[in-house]
Ligand binder design. Structure first.
Ligand code: HEC
Ligand code: HEC
Ligand code: HEC
Ligand code: HEC
Ligand code: HEC
Length: 262
């Protein structure tokens, strides 16, 4: 045995070497796991941002929800009451696009006539098979109504759908995307009557109406609320609105794994 090694053996008991090796192996394994996870999350195949499948009927949100001003809930009618946000049935389109009404002979509406018009020669009665754009993996739990009824607008997670001729996946909807908001919800909350107004801007919204409503719900004077905000250095805008809504509804989005991975 070389002399220096014998000396080390005397200073450190044998098991310390093993401990060091174990610690190194552990760190190595953790590092690999972290790198693998990061790689997995950042590869293009994994992120769905920009995904814009062709739909069986070229349905245009920028026309129906934008120009014509139809509310999202007219078609996605479960979004406030259920975890799932439904797509409209062909009957709903038929309200406007049946014979004698809007563009009923349009070649773009061929599949709709096949689905809905028993007098049409190519009638099949087949529902329209829309291609799903957004999809959370099975192992993650998501609920629309929990968000929509707590001041989170569609625009936060789907972007400006009211300006999209073809719907595409606008936001990442990754785990860190969810958590960024769960940590600081006040940066995103808005009054419930503005949830489907995707063009809403906090700074330009009605300040007097907001304070009036808040004051009456708290049973205090408007001036009292305003001067408290001024003293705290809060300016009119998203964070001020979000802070009051968060307090008023006692909003506390979960960050524990089990809330989303059930
Ligand atoms: C006239 C009915 C109608 C209105 C109004 C409407 N939508 Fe849609 N929406 C549809 C149809 C039909 C589809 C499926 C075809 C497609 O993706 O374009 C759809 C698809 C979507 C999707 C993609 C669903 C998926 O597969 O992931 C989102 C998100 C969406 N709509 C959000 C909105 C929002 C936000 C509004 C309000 C600004 C809105 N929609 C208004 C009918 C409508
Ligand atoms: C409230 C009435 C209304 C409803 C409901 C409605 N649309 Fe429309 N749609 C319109 C109007 C208005 C236009 C514009 C017509 C024009 O350009 O003159 C239009 C245009 C269209 C066009 C373009 C037609 C062309 O040839 O330019 C398509 C495709 C279409 N709608 C599909 C749908 C589908 C699919 C649904 C159901 C998910 C639906 N619409 C529901 C009113 C409606
Ligand atoms: C906090 C994020 C968030 C908000 C807010 C939100 N969505 Fe979604 N939306 C999602 C996610 C995530 C999915 C994919 C859900 C799945 O796979 O079950 C989705 C899916 C959808 C779908 C496809 C059908 C479905 O449920 O899978 C439609 C339509 C839709 N959203 C419409 C809307 C509308 C309209 C609003 C506003 C009233 C809205 N969403 C608000 C995150 C959100
Ligand atoms: C823009 C803000 C925002 C985003 C983005 C967001 N959340 Fe939330 N989340 C909230 C708020 C606000 C609540 C309500 C908390 C409360 O009521 O105390 C909530 C509540 C929840 C809850 C608890 C309620 C329930 O349904 O059991 C779950 C789970 C959840 N979110 C999952 C998700 C997932 C998964 C995503 C990403 C796909 C996501 N959230 C994205 C703001 C957000
Ligand atoms: C607010 C909801 C939410 C919470 C809280 C949450 N997750 Fe997730 N997690 C998700 C969603 C949504 C996905 C799917 C992401 C996607 O589709 O890109 C996901 C994906 C994952 C994945 C797959 C790899 C990846 O990064 O996409 C792992 C691993 C994971 N979560 C572990 C955890 C652990 C561990 C915790 C607790 C520290 C946790 N999650 C807390 C929503 C959440």
């Amino acid at each position: 045995m070389p002399p220096d090694k014998a000396k080390m053996g005397n200073i450190f008991p044998n098991w310390t070497n093993w401990l060091a090796i174990k610690v190194l192996i552990c760190l190595g394994a953790m590092g690999t796991a972290i790198i693998a996870l990061a790689w997995y999350s950042w590869t293009p195949k994994y992120t769905r941002v920009g995904y814009m499948p062709q739909q069986p009927i070229p349905f245009d949100h920028s026309l129906h929800a934008g120009q014509l001003g139809m509310d999202c809930r007219y078609c996605h009618s479960f979004v406030e009451n259920s975890s799932h946000s439904n797509l409209p049935a062909a009957e709903l389109c038929w309200n406007c696009h049946s014979p004698g009404k809007v563009k009923s002979d349009s070649p773009k509406l061929e599949l709709l006539r096949q689905a809905m018009d028993p007098n049409y020669e190519n009638y099949t009665g087949e529902p329209i098979r829309w291609v799903q754009v957004h999809e959370t993996p099975d192992y993650a739990y998501f609920n629309h109504s929990a968000h929509v009824n707590r001041g989170v607008s569609c625009v936060e997670c789907h972007g400006r759908v009211d300006e999209m001729p073809v719907v595409y996946h606008a936001k990442s909807l990754s785990m860190s995307f969810c958590l960024d908001c769960h940590r600081e919800p006040e940066k995103h909350l808005r009054p419930l009557d503005q949830i489907t107004n995707l063009a809403w801007e906090a700074e330009e919204s009605d300040r007097d109406a907001f304070y009036a409503k808040l004051a009456s719900s708290k049973g205090v004077e408007v001036s009292e609320l305003q001067s408290a905000d001024e003293k705290a250095g809060m300016e009119w805008g998203q964070e001020l609105i979000g802070k009051h809504l968060r307090e008023g509804w006692a909003v506390n989005p979960p960050q524990d794994c089990a809330a989303c991975h059930r």
